[in-house]
Design a protein around this ligand. Sequence first.
Ligand SMILES: *Cc1c(COP(=O)(O)O)cnc(C)c1O
Length: 413
Amino acid sequence: MTELTLDSVREMDRKDPLASFRDRFEIPEGVIYLDGNSLGCLPKATPERIETVVREEWGRDLIRSWNTADWIHAPRRVGTKIARLIGAGADEVVAADSTSINVFKALSACLQLNPERTTLLSERGNFPTDVYMMQGLSVLSGGRIETRLVDGEDIMGALDETVAALLLTHVHYKTGRMRDMKAVTAAAHEKGIPVIWDLSHSAGAVKVDLNGANADFAVGCGYKYLNGGPGAPAFIFAAKRHQESVFPALSGWLGHAAPFEFDDTYRPAPGIDRFQCGTPGILGMAALETGLDLMLDADMTMIRFKSLALGSLFVALMEDLCDQHGFTLACPADEAERGSQVSFHHPDGYAIMQAVIARGVIGDFRAPDILRFGFAPLYNSFEDVWHAVEAIRGVMESGEWRNDRYAQRAAVT
Ligand SMILES: *Cc1c(COP(=O)(O)O)cnc(C)c1O
């Protein structure tokens, strides 16, 4: 590689076809934000949209807005927009509830598809909520269903005829390692196992082709790369071929075939609608839809290309810091296996990250020792990457991370 300088990095920004998207986000003065994989930035259009929903749709039109502003179809309308980002059909995705709740829906659906099977399978070190939801279902089953966790590299060997569902995160939240969705799904299908893909770190960040991979179910977050705001609605995908076979375990009234008949008996709605449960949070839906509309103006191939370029620049600029200050790469060096984040191990990772944040560069820390930096190609620039590495360099060379105040753990890391 030719020598990297601030000028050469700025040249990358000048040539970047996505550069203009940055102006459509609120980026606070003096902040370099590399945590869009935890909470995406605020699109400038969102406050105005929320203001309209609050003052006009809620404040003035009140209950009528379920019809006049089409609130009732927001989960499907937003789901259709998400579908375009993840290779799904328009009638296969609904925006609803949280990712955790949608994991429950997908797991319980798989148990119905395979009523004789007794194992829910995932990898050790998966995002905790996914595994906790499996454990809750095991208890609910009175012990009939077992939760089994194996090391990530042993998943293929653990696929057998007892497994009712395989639940995996497509891009691992700590290591950023991306699974081969098509190959894993095909291997699971050979044993009759449906696969649930958690796309929390994939949707809006990497190219996803659920139907190209013949996926069964998927879930994901609205508040990460989709920029839907804190606690935004999540989404669930159910392949068309499975939809009519599932009697939802969370059989709420909005998943009923005719909610406004107020029948005493639950009848699932046709298709993906049965994966809705209760009344959707319309303010959150409005913010999520605004984030999606922005993202759909960009091309996913370009997003992926830039995401990898940002990550690889970060890795290259960190090289001498790794040698001198004890960081080791925690994500795949190979771009084909990497999501939209770069992470490093360091034994003093927590304090170092706090000191880096104090310099205005926001990443995050994941126990026990991972510093995590996410790249959101719509608002991160190559120059951001340069300054982030300079901040880390400053923190290490000055030793300021050793200050006691950076050792105090906050509730959210
Ligand atoms: C962020 C994340 C979640 C979050 O679930 P919530 O229900 O929104 O709290 C779930 N799974 C994975 C893999 C995540 O990265």
